[in-house]
Write a protein that binds this ligand. Structure first.
Ligand code: SF4
Ligand code: SF4
Length: 339
């Protein structure tokens, strides 16, 4: 396993992080065993979140005897101080630990969400927890490159998780990447395989080789996936001409349909939650089935069916996506798997 320094945290972390989102899809014993196998392979960085079903509890058990050898990232989606602190304390309890290595404000993808964190005293509250030693480093996860600039207002901003794969190169545009380097931000790449939408894992790792400061956070559900990730990570070389051609071809195929969940296209005059509808197939691949069927998608899809194809969303989308077409495709998919 190759190790890297995670930006200004100074932590020496494995060059791949274990994404623990999908634990509720597998048997508890198997999940615990998988964490131990990942550790045996040299993985020492694990990503979870308060809202990943069952994930923190399973990790709490799995890490019992190796807690001091592993760095834990967890996150809260809460935008209310009391709830946020409750999430934070629950994370400590479930993870069976006195401290979190990296605590992130989860999915801060709009200006007003960042403002809320500030105005509600949520950032201040986490900084206080850091001073008490209950969290070592603070970060953000984000789906919108335009909001990232705001994070630098916070002295404690040391880590960032954004979607990075060869379809979402906006996070490595020269100006943005240079600023990451200037501030020595510890970088994590979520959705390195596009949330299951990019099948060529080797090609995905090769792309990431070009941005060595990013540590890919790869969701793993079984030994096969773990071993495949380790294998391709180790083999990944820089992109050659043939790879670039492959990426060009895939980009042409997926180009008008690859939603980043950034939310620029919202609000919709029909109140459609575009970011959720566009991700139904991804949710289906990543979520435990009970959670998938209980996350309110039925209502979301019902609203989505009122789409008038006015095109307002497509005009606002910076990636020129055919949003009504993506919505339609996801509605059809949802209806095909509905129980
Ligand atoms: S449709 Fe476009 S603007 Fe809307 S979330 Fe997806 S990528 Fe972002
Ligand atoms: S095309 Fe549909 S989803 Fe997009 S803004 Fe219009 S009504 Fe909303």
């Amino acid at each position: 396993m190759e190790y890297k320094i995670l930006g200004k945290t100074g932590l020496t972390v494995s060059s791949i992080a274990f994404g623990a989102l999908q634990f509720a899809r597998i048997d508890r014993k198997e999940a615990i065993n998988l964490v131990h196998l990942a550790y045996d392979y040299g993985i020492n960085l694990i990503d979870t979140a308060h809202n990943y079903p069952g994930s923190e509890e399973i990790l709490g058990e799995a890490l019992k005897n190796i807690r001091d050898k592993i760095y834990i990232i967890t996150k809260s989606l809460s935008r209310n101080k009391k709830e946020f602190l409750n999430d934070f304390n629950m994370s400590l309890k479930k993870l069976n630990t006195d401290y979190i290595d990296i605590f992130m404000f989860h999915s801060i993808s709009k200006e007003n969400e960042f403002e809320l964190l500030k105005n509600e005293g949520i950032i201040e509250a986490l900084v206080k927890e850091k001073k008490k030693g209950k969290v070592r480093f603070i970060g953000f996860s984000c789906h919108n490159p335009q909001v990232i600039d705001r994070f630098y207002e916070l002295d404690d901003f040391s880590t960032l998780m954004v979607p990075l794969n060869f379809m979402t190169g906006e996070y490595v545009q020269k100006q943005i990447y240079e600023k990451f380097e200037q501030f020595n931000i510890g970088l994590l790449a979520m959705k390195p395989f596009g949330g299951g939408r990019l099948a060529d894992i080797e090609l995905c790792f090769k792309f990431l080789r070009n941005y060595p400061k990013f540590i890919p956070v790869a969701g793993m559900q079984n030994l096969k996936e773990l071993e495949e990730n380790i294998k391709y990570l180790g083999q990944a070389d820089l992109l050659n001409e043939n790879d670039k051609e492959k990426i060009k071809k895939i980009s042409q195929e997926l180009g008008t349909k690859f939603c980043r969940q950034c939310g620029y296209c919202m609000p919709c005059p029909k109140n459609i939650s575009i970011t959720d509808v566009n991700f139904i197939k991804v949710y289906y691949k990543q979520m435990p089935m009970d959670k998938f069927y209980n996350m309110g998608l039925k209502e979301i899809v019902k609203t989505a069916k009122t789409c008038t194809e006015c095109g307002e969303c497509s005009e606002k989308c910076p990636f020129n996506l055919d949003v009504p077409a993506i919505i339609k495709e996801n509605i059809e998919f949802y209806e095909s798997i509905s129980i």
